[in-house]
Write a protein that binds this ligand. Structure first.
Ligand code: PLP
Length: 400
């Protein structure tokens, strides 16, 4: 029988994928499941973006492109970063890939070896630790609890930096919490980072346009420009433009790192899909009304779901600044018994109870490195969210 290489046995399959699969299985078996595990917009890709892809096909843009993407896409990325963040990047400071996920993996592959330490604030996106482990690095998890707004503090950061620290991963607005840093918080983190010049920062800004606050979103490099040569800014079109299946992500950062990523990419996939690149270039450089319209809808759902969940005794939900997830604390249900007499000992027990008891599919906080919590996606209709809130309320009321 086939024995996989150790890098495969060291990692696990993305738990979000596994839970979504379980919900699908139950659905296929005829169970009435309200699925709040989805990590992608429920909106369809806007028609004008689809039309841009058709036009690219008709123009014959169906061949390999340059490893670092088409000139049109690079120009659109540079323009978007300039327009929204006021930051200037050169053409040799941009790379593109098959989703931000591939870019993050390549960035780690290009830099991590010999148990280099990668600081990952928890709760974290499930893929970071395994990506680090697959590339022979050592994830260093710092817990950032709800009391701290799920945010990394300068003191906590200072404490975990060692001579072996290579990266700090920041993800704001965050999956799973939606928490984001304001300018003064970024400046305070920047102060620590400036004192430790060997630490690089992976700034995963994939949700930066799904933003609910009145003041504009900011990011580490914009707040602390002195760090520009040490920050890799990653983003993509998946979440902002409802383009998850098109698989286009990109990064902006120091030229030497970008060159290393491109070298790996030249041997890995040559380039992402030419048609998707044309669609992404159009999305980033054309009318942006889809972004503001979809954010308005997410925001209504966020407000509704947060107020419903915060009215449930035993649950408490921080109101996210961005992204499309809620990460309620469920400490108040731990130790209680289900109608079947089973004690809820962990957040996994709680999400299994929600799934089996009332048919709500959610993900346990443990998968994101902080317990007891659970993650709900609001990238689904108000009708589904209302049903889910009704059912969660009933499920918690049935505990004793
Ligand atoms: N980063 C975070 C925090 C995410 O939640 C995701 C998707 O779920 C990604 C990166 C990757 O997005 P994509 O590969 O679709 O660009």
């Amino acid at each position: 029988t086939f024995v996989p290489a150790s890098r495969v046995s060291r990692i696990k399959v993305s738990p979000s994928t596994a839970a979504a699969a379980r919900a699908r299985e139950l659905k296929a078996a005829g169970r009435d499941i309200v699925d709040l595990t989805v990590g992608e917009p429920d909106f369809d890709t806007p028609d004008n973006i689809k039309a841009a892809a058709h036009a690219a096909i008709d123009r014959g843009e169906t061949k390999y492109t340059a490893v670092n993407g088409t000139p049109a896409l690079r120009k659109a990325i540079i323009g978007d970063i300039k327009r929204r963040l006021g930051l200037s990047y050169g053409d040799n400071e941009i790379c593109v890939g098959g989703g931000a996920k591939q870019i993050l993996f390549l960035a780690l592959m290009a830099s991590v070896e010999n148990d280099a330490e990668v600081i990952i604030p928890a709760p974290y996106w499930v893929s970071y630790p395994d990506m680090v482990i697959a590339n022979e690095g050592k994830p260093v998890i710092i817990e950032c609890p709800q009391e701290a707004g799920f945010k990394l503090t300068p003191e906590a950061l200072e404490k975990v930096i060692t001579p072996k620290t290579l990266w700090l991963i920041l993800n704001a607005p965050s999956n799973p919490t939606g928490a984001a840093y304001d300018r003064s918080e970024l400046e305070a983190l920047g102060e620590v980072l400036l004192r430790h010049p060997h630490v690089l920062v992976l700034s995963d800004d994939i949700y930066d346009q799904v933003w609910f606050k009145d003041e504009p979103m900011t990011t580490l490099v914009a707040a602390v420009p002195e760090l520009k040569e040490r920050v890799l800014l990653t983003n993509g079109v998946s979440k902002s433009y409802a383009m998850t299946g098109w698989r286009i992500g990109y990064a902006a950062g120091p030229a030497a790192l970008i060159a290393a990523i491109n070298k790996l990419q030249s041997q890995m996939s040559s380039c992402p899909s030419s048609v998707s690149q044309a669609a992404a270039a159009y999305a980033l450089s054309s009318d942006q009304s889809f972004v503001s319209e979809s954010v308005k809808v997410y925001k209504e759902r966020r407000d509704y779901a947060c107020s419903r969940l915060n009215a449930v005794p035993g649950l408490s939900c921080l109101v996210p600044d961005g992204a499309f997830y809620l990460f309620p604390n469920c400490a108040g249900v731990i130790g209680k018994k289900t109608p079947e007499g089973k004690t809820i000992e962990t957040d996994l027990d709680f999400v299994l109870y929600l799934l089996d008891g009332v048919g709500v599919a959610a993900l346990q906080g443990a998968a994101y490195g902080i317990s007891p919590h659970f993650r709900l996606s609001i990238a689904t209709s108000m009708e589904v969210i209302t049903q889910a809130c009704d059912r969660i309320e009933r499920a918690v009321a049935d505990l004793y």
